[in-house]
Write a new protein. Structure first.
Length: 158
């Protein structure tokens, strides 16, 4: 089995949970943290495999503006795409269908948009400039419908 196949196999139990999360529901990040704790066996394995993939160069093998990234899988269970990102710099975008993020600390004491490592959920239509401060993170983005639009400023309403 290839490293990529091993990584996808490790992600299967994560996808089984994430596919049933509504990014618009209040408390979605907390429910994810309860079902899949950052220090639990499943995410400890995913984190180790992701770190190994980034270090080996087959994961996050493209770069733009100091952010390394790659598409892990285009369309998976629940219509989610999975992107892997290794970052310490920002880049603004909107989430037409929401965004579910799983953030792992790599070095330092990093935060993602001011939040500690773990789960972050943005609802449909939300916009942000993902920002890692205080260190470096590896991040898995689960995007409903694979939808994300890069833009420097939030969309105007009205």
């Amino acid at each position: 089995m290839s490293d990529r196949e091993t990584f996808l196999e490790a992600l299967a139990p994560v996808l089984a949970v994430v596919a049933n999360v509504d990014p618009a529901a209040p408390g979605a990040a907390e429910r994810l943290a309860e079902a899949l704790p950052l220090d639990g066996e499943v995410l400890t394995r995913v984190r180790a495999l992701m770190r190994a993939g980034v270090e080996a160069g087959w994961l996050c093998d493209r770069e733009a503006g100091g952010v390394r990234f790659s598409r892990v899988q285009k369309s998976v269970e629940g219509g989610l795409s999975i992107d892997a990102v290794h970052m310490s710099a920002p880049g603004g975008h909107t989430h037409p269908n929401g965004e579910i993020d799983l953030c792992f600390a790599v070095s330092g004491a990093p935060t993602f948009d001011g939040r500690a490592p773990g789960w972050t959920v943005y609802g449909p239509g939300s916009w942000h400039v993902p920002t890692v401060a205080g260190g470096v993170m590896d991040i898995l983005y689960f995007l409903p419908g694979g939808a994300m639009e890069f833009m420097a400023a939030p969309p105007r309403v009205g």
